[in-house]
Design a protein around this ligand. Sequence first.
Ligand code: NAP
Length: 323
Amino acid sequence: MSLIPRSTNINPNEKFDTIIIGLGPAAYSAALYAARYMLKTLVIGETPGGQLTEAGEVDDYLGLIGVQASEMIKLFNAHVEKYKVPVLMDRVESFKREGEEYVVKTKRKGEFRASTLIVAVGTKRRKLNVPGENEFIGRGVSYCSVCDAPLFKNRPVVVVGGGNSALDGAELLSRYATKVYLVHRREEFRAQPIIVKLVKEKPNVELILNSVVKEIKGDKLVRKVVVQNMKTGEVREIDANGIFVEIGFEPPTEFAKINGLEVDEQGYIKVDDWTRTNLPGVFAAGDCTNKWIGFRQVATSTAMGAVAAHSAYNYLNERKGKT
Ligand code: NAP
């Protein structure tokens, strides 16, 4: 089983029932369901697995007990390949409606046409926007504990955030780093209680609560992280060679704006219970939508992907009925 889908050459004149934009769990699930509804389907995306590529062991997807995320992506790929759904490794820049169809413009391989679209573009990582952050990216500043934890063996590190990503990251890093300082801006964590308990029990994890990062300092590499307690005002310089920024994700506001998709007040694509957006024949699924914010799971994304394919199928049938 491969991590990368079979590469596909698509004739630009070929017209699809649906084009799925994205290659994360929501997109894979939409592709599977669309194929089973026998819709002529094309998937266009750049990163097989999406955010799942940044996960380690996954133990909250029913039936796959303690599976590595990379294995899960291979399984998703294999399942979609079974139905011979073509996957184009490219980036969708925009789409526009022309008559009864949508024309999807990609970065490298040109334009493709479909009657419906399923947008599953995910989200981007949020940054701290403090001095030193950009300067030390790749030299101690990381946004992915799972990817970079082993690089910090026997070194002290800081993890920032209070959600599942930060707590998962702190737990993983505690197995490599000499010391993990977990900096969170509040007293309470929003991560799942089971992982909070696990982290609190780690002897080499120190919680620095009600605190924010003010600056990252170093020379060739990160040497210090400056944090401030927001209640007392006290400033502390922590000796650390790494800082893992795990503070959540930014909504796909720009992509939505370019394509005329309505967003909520936070910038997530607005969908109804059937994943319908404000545009006819355009559905959206997964983290890019305004559904279940704060509970982003592989399970919720795959559920939405399935619903989106079902809705696209119904939309096409209803349209056929009218012609
Ligand atoms: P998240 O749940 O949005 O949490 C982000 C954390 O960063 C929050 O604790 C937030 O603080 C803090 N934060 C946000 N902006 C900040 C800033 N500018 N400075 C300092 N702190 C800031 O993000 P996530 O942990 O990356 O998780 C994203 C989604 O993926 C969630 O739905 C999560 O459940 C899911 N996920 C699930 C798993 C799993 O099930 N194992 C693993 C990873 C992620 P406040 O709490 O004060 O807002």
